[in-house]
Ligand binder design. Structure first.
Ligand SMILES: NC(=O)c1ccc[n+]([C@@H]2O[C@H](COP(=O)([O-])OP(=O)(O)OC[C@H]3O[C@@H](n4cnc5c(N)ncnc54)[C@H](O)[C@@H]3O)[C@@H](O)[C@H]2O)c1
Ligand SMILES: O=C(O)C[C@H](O)C(=O)O
Length: 340
């Protein structure tokens, strides 16, 4: 993730055709476990998923929703506080996944061993007046430690990274995995699905449609101007006035701040984030099991948009240069932190 091409890491299309190699590699590995081995006592066949930061504002509803996902057979809940209570509570739900709780740093490796998918909402949230980048000093270290565990215990797992600032934490994770020799850009995904969820909702409001009928591609990173809603690519096909474009772009780019201010010091988006994280995780699991045509957006390193192969976005997206500049700086900040 260096230079211009780094700034271009942004599109995520988790299409099933990208993932067969991943599935194949996992078949032969001692970590992964084909469908049969994924069977836990009392559970249906399915995937093993760990949530790191499971007792938090996002972690709790996310754990509940993942327990309801039929593709999950084993759910590991890890946090440095309160995991036993959350685990006991969630484990009483009469759905297929078996739930296990892991409390404290010494349990991290156990929580991660054998996982197919690791979702990370660990870290502190914003308060009014803060930027996501203001969280860097605390969250960078948390993400680094957790990713070192992933490299040790489940190097072929898909990682869904939620902890902010996503534009830098993904770079930190990538550096950790590179150092461990386990980095595969296809497996490391910064979660920007909440931007898509918000865009669908706000665009549907303007168009007078049901949000479930609306599909707004949102690319780029996950902070202010780095969030790039592609309003010309909305489905169903439609057009907006310049005023609508300004209103929608501003609202989508600042949706997180809208929630932070409304919560007035009690944190940032948790419930909509848990919903978005599950939507994204479900897309990953469906891709992983070989389902065709699964498409989602995330923040990742993409060779498709390198300097030598300009991406079509370079031509069409207003604000892209601004986004690239800010992304390049955020990525570099993460890289420098991880390398020091
Ligand atoms: N990507 C996105 O779209 C998006 C959306 C909303 C929030 N976020 C980010 O998600 C993060 C979590 O938000 P929240 O509202 O759930 O915060 P929270 O404070 O409610 O929960 C965070 C949890 O992380 C745990 N934690 C802290 N250090 C840990 C460690 N070393 N290992 C494991 N767990 C650890 C805490 O104990 C806590 O339970 C924040 O950084 C926030 O900015 C991202
Ligand atoms: O805005 C935040 O700090 C949390 C999150 O990134 C969001 O978009 O809601």
């Amino acid at each position: 993730m260096q230079g211009t091409s780094n700034a271009n890491q942004r599109i995520a299309r988790i299409a099933a055709h990208l993932l067969p190699s991943n599935s194949q590699m996992m078949e032969g590995s001692s970590m992964n476990l084909g469908w049969e081995n994924c069977r836990a006592k009392g559970a249906s066949p399915g995937f093993k998923v760990a949530i790191l930061g499971a007792a938090g504002g996002i972690g709790q509803p996310l754990s509940m929703l993942m327990k309801m996902n039929p593709l999950v057979s084993v759910l590991h809940l890890y946090d440095v506080v309160n995991t036993p209570g959350v685990t006991a509570d969630i484990s009483h739900m009469d759905t297929g996944a078996v739930v296990r709780g892991f409390l404290g740093k010494e349990k991290l490796d156990e929580a991660l061993t054998g996982m197919d998918l690791v979702i990370i909402p660990a870290g502190v949230p914003r308060k009014p007046g803060m930027t996501r980048d203001d969280l860097f000093n605390i969250n960078a270290g948390i993400v680094k430690t957790l990713c070192e565990g992933i490299a040790r215990c489940c190097p072929r797992a898909i990682v869904n990274l939620i902890s902010n600032p996503v534009n830098s934490t993904v770079a930190i994770a990538a550096e950790v995995f590179k150092k461990a020799g386990t980095y595969d850009p296809k497996l490391l995904l910064g979660v920007t699905m909440l931007d898509v969820v918000r865009a669908n909702t706000f665009v549907a409001e303007v168009l007078g449609l049901d949000p479930r009928e609306v599909d707004v591609p949102v690319v780029g990173g996950h902070a202010g101007v780095t969030i790039l809603p592609l309003l010309s690519q909305v489905k169903p096909s439609c057009s907006f006035t310049p005023e609508e474009v300004n209103y929608l772009t501003d609202r989508i780019q600042n949706g997180g701040t809208e929630v932070v201010e409304a919560k007035a010091g009690a944190g940032s988006a948790t419930l909509s984030m848990a919903y978005a994280a599950v939507k994204f995780a479900d897309a990953c699991l469906r891709g992983l099991r070989g389902e065709a045509g699964v498409v989602a957006y995330a923040f990742l390193e993409s060779q498709a948009c390198s300097a030598s192969q300009p991406c079509y976005l370079d031509v069409h997206v207003a604000g892209l240069e601004k986004a690239k500049k800010e992304l390049a700086a955020s990525i570099q900040k993460g890289v420098s932190f991880a390398r020091k």
